[in-house]
Write a protein that binds this ligand. Structure first.
Ligand SMILES: O=P(O)(O)OC[C@H]1O[C@H](OP(=O)(O)OP(=O)(O)O)[C@H](O)[C@@H]1O
Ligand SMILES: Nc1nc2[nH]cnc2c(=O)[nH]1
Ligand SMILES: [Mg+2]
Length: 168
């Protein structure tokens, strides 16, 4: 989100939809690889990374651990863990033939930091917003900047009021 503005549209994603979108992402990535390893940006990138790695037959999965949002509030970006020496070696030090996976790119702040660690890696996300889109090599679905994406692991089944009672 841009500078803590409240998003006014919601884009809820079901597990089925997310799985389908991850497989669609893999179809595109399959034309770009092969990749030596997948680097998941935690935590949101862990789920698509597992699906993409499974489809691409990649067995080496590493993490870059970054924190910045507290629900929709954007805070200071902190890198808690970088890639391992073994993964860095696989990518020749610059990330060549490594695949970075995240669930989405929003402002691009997270992508910018991780890209700077391994600039030659291929960066893939399932969803992208316009501000972050230029930092991503491959993505599947674009949503507007004022949309908040709700992932299935952050949701629960709940009663939805009828439309005539003011439901969106
Ligand atoms: O493009 P940006 O504005 O940097 O936002 C994108 C990042 O925000 C979310 O992660 P978050 O920091 O919420 O942590 P999480 O993955 O643990 O949910 C999302 O998973 C991306 O990693
Ligand atoms: N779940 C979720 N996390 C985000 N982090 C930055 N933007 C978003 C978003 O739209 N949805
Ligand atoms: Mg994240």
């Amino acid at each position: 989100m841009t500078a803590n503005k409240t998003p006014n549209k919601a884009f809820p994603v079901s597990w089925d939809q997310f799985h389908r979108d991850c497989r669609a992402l893999t179809w595109r990535l399959n034309e770009t690889g092969p990749f030596h390893a997948v680097v998941a940006i935690t935590r949101g990138g862990l789920v698509p990374a597992a699906i993409v790695a499974r489809e691409l037959g990649v067995r080496v999965i590493d993490t870059v651990c970054v924190t910045s949002y507290d629900h929709i509030r954007k805070g200071e970006l902190k890198v808690l863990k970088g890639i391992s020496d073994a993964t860095a070696k696989l990518g020749g030090g610059t990330g060549k033939d490594l695949l970075i996976v995240d669930d989405l790119v929003d402002t691009g702040a997270t992508a910018r930091v991780v890209r700077s660690m391994i600039p030659d890696a291929h960066f893939a996300t399932v969803y992208a917003k316009p501000l972050g889109k230029p930092l991503v090599d491959t993505f599947i679905t674009e949503v507007s900047q004022d949309t908040w994406i709700y992932f299935p692991w952050d949701l629960d089944l709940a009663f939805a009021p009828p439309l005539r009672d003011g439901a969106a």
